[in-house]
Design a protein. Structure first.
Length: 233
């Protein structure tokens, strides 16, 4: 990772940590550099105007002052194309349309030189992805998850039977390239996994979800993780 990219990533990591801050040792381990290098990077960011605070002693570390405004983080051409590639390769993922719109907003605010380089690099990345589910199916399910409301679906099971289910959405999961809606099925009174490509119709209801939790789904596979990258434990 180039130093400029590491400085951007370091700023974003401290931003996410909030008031908790982060030790120099952890930052060094995160970026695979020495503690001395991290401290030089932090000094450089502070000289550039980043509102970095430091707290000595046990429980201390570094962080960003709460409420302070930061300059926008600029992407490199490769970072911009990585976003394009990830979104284009996952058109069947939940909220994929919103992700596409978000990436376009990022591209729109890049400086002209970086955007031109990103566009040239993007021409060298091809994607042949499966078609996404119909918007009439996807939208109610995504909204149900966001608002935590019951969604009524017509579901085609593996044996060809079609049933109508009222589902309390708990999480979306991808397994072996297939996306699932995992939620509490009121018909079966149990947690169930529904393949999104087998949902024939979906309608958002006004009924709120109960208090079912992610933990009820069970232990995730060892290789699974939330999209933010934090491991569960």
């Amino acid at each position: 990772m180039k130093r400029s990219e590491r400085l951007h990533a370091l700023t974003e990591l401290l931003r996410r940590q909030g008031a908790r801050g982060c030790t120099a040792q952890r930052l060094a381990a995160e970026f695979g550099v020495s503690v001395r290098t991290v401290k030089r990077d932090l000094d450089a960011l502070e000289r550039a105007g980043a509102p970095i605070w430091s707290r000595p002693g046990p429980g201390g570390g570094y962080g960003l002052a709460g409420g302070a405004s930061l300059p926008p983080v600029n992407l490199t051409p490769a970072q911009a194309v990585s976003l394009l590639a990830a979104v284009s390769a996952a058109r069947d993922a939940p909220y994929a349309d919103l992700a596409t719109a978000a990436v376009q907003k990022v591209l729109d605010v890049l400086d002209p030189r970086t955007r031109a380089l990103a566009e040239r690099l993007a021409d060298r990345v091809w994607v042949d992805a499966p078609p996404p589910p119909a918007r009439s199916v996807r939208s109610p399910i995504e909204q149900a998850m966001t608002d935590q409301r019951v969604v009524r679906i017509q579901y085609l099971s593996g044996d060809g039977a079609v049933t109508t289910r009222d589902v309390e959405p708990v999480l979306f999961g991808s397994r072996n390239g297939t996306w699932y809606l995992i939620g509490w099925c009121r018909l079966r009174e149990a947690m169930r996994w529904f393949r999104l490509d087998r949902v024939q119709h979906a309608a958002l209801t006004s009924a709120p979800c109960g208090d079912h939790t992610v933990e009820e789904v069970g232990a995730p596979p060892p290789t699974s993780r939330p999209v933010l990258g934090r491991t569960r434990g």
